[in-house]
Ligand binder design. Structure first.
Ligand SMILES: C[S@@+](CC[C@H](N)C(=O)[O-])C[C@H]1O[C@@H](n2cnc3c(N)ncnc32)[C@H](O)[C@@H]1O
Length: 324
């Protein structure tokens, strides 16, 4: 992400540092779809509901000279980065701290009316994942936190130390796709009887002991993903974000959603399919768009990215009037 940022990233966790360029995933495709095939004429507001390092926003602003952009992120630390990176675009950009489920009130606050495009690039930013103190990483030790919005009450430690064994197992299975969820939940409950979990590496170690660590990915990957999704209520946010997009987009306005999780992608697919059958959406991507060979070679994170795009086909009853 953040096309110009290069950041040292230790992916092995064992001293084998590697350099990786963070760039927005599927950026060309996002610009093409949200540009609505007429980039120089498109006018109105685009909402980037998941601003992150601002890579997609920069690409959209550069390619679509007449649009204004409202960028949202729930994480104040991330917003500081994004503000800086979007500063060259001056008054074409408004940046606000908000969840994308609150897209409507954010649009009202900046007086935006004609919304021609919305992007949701779901999940965590590598700026968050790579920062040990945020507690997302099983490679670098940090507090077991995982809140993108620091004002949320519940942390990952609250879940790991407080939920029943069967609820933990269900969470790991349904939200992380972890097939060894019962074994891991049992090991966690046994370990927390001795001392509650407070740090990420302690949790990662218990998981590794429970299921071994021979695969390509770290054995804690799916459990950490499930915890992150629960802490940040990502499933509910996605549903609310899709509903808000349906309410706010103008006729022929486009919604692009990038997900990294098969359950999320299925939710987006279902939303567009139902919307199409009700005459609310035209689905522009029959199958999810995935990264090109070139992008896969350049950007590891693009491996699991799935993009779906729909066009609004009927003006919603409550759409807020005309001009930009
Ligand atoms: C995958 S990153 C986005 C990267 C971005 N597209 C870029 O080009 O750098 C996701 C970002 O969305 C934010 N986020 C996740 N869920 C959110 C939500 N419900 N509302 C607002 N921001 C959210 C995260 O804090 C994170 O910064």
């Amino acid at each position: 992400m953040g096309g110009v940022e290069m950041e040292r990233r230790n992916e092995s966790g064992a001293g084998g540092a590697s350099w990786s360029v963070h760039e927005p995933v599927l950026a060309l495709e996002v610009v093409r779809f949200l540009g609505a095939d007429r980039p120089s004429e498109l006018e109105g507001w685009i909402v980037d509901g998941t601003l992150g390092a601002g890579g997609h926003s920069r690409a959209l602003l550069a390619a679509l000279p007449r649009v204004q952009l409202l960028g949202l992120d729930q994480d104040p630390e991330i917003l500081a980065h994004a503000r800086e990176s979007l500063a060259p675009f001056g008054r074409r950009v408004q940046v606000r701290r908000a969840r994308f489920s609150q897209l409507g009130s954010a649009l009202e606050a900046v007086g935006a009316r004609r919304v021609v495009g919305i992007l949701l690039d779901i999940g965590a930013s590598s700026l968050q994942l790579d920062s040990a103190k945020r507690g997302f990483s099983f490679f670098a030790d940090g507090p077991l936190d995982m809140r993108m919005d620091p004002e949320r009450e519940r942390t990952a430690a609250d879940i790991v130390n407080g939920w029943d064994e069967s609820d933990l197992a269900d969470l790991f299975f349904y939200e992380g796709g972890e097939t060894r969820s019962r074994k891991i939940a049992r090991a966690i409950v046994e370990s927390r009887r001795r001392a509650p979990f407070q740090r990420t590496l302690a949790l990662a170690d218990v998981i590794e002991h429970a299921v071994g660590g021979s695969g390509k990915t770290h054995p804690a990957t799916r459990v950490f993903q499930a915890l992150r999704r629960a802490v940040n209520e990502e499933g509910d946010e996605l549903l609310a974000g899709l509903a808000a997009a349906q309410e706010w987009l103008v006729d022929a306005g486009r919604l692009a959603v990038i997900s990294f999780h098969s359950g999320e992608d299925a939710e987006v697919k279902r939303f567009f399919a139902q919307g199409s059958s009700e005459g609310q959406w035209e689905t522009l991507t029959r199958k999810p768009v995935t990264a090109s060979r070139e992008e896969l070679l350049r950007n590891r994170r693009s491996r699991s990215a799935l993009l779906r795009v729909g066009a609004r086909t009927r003006r919603a009853q409550s759409v807020r009037g005309g001009g930009a």
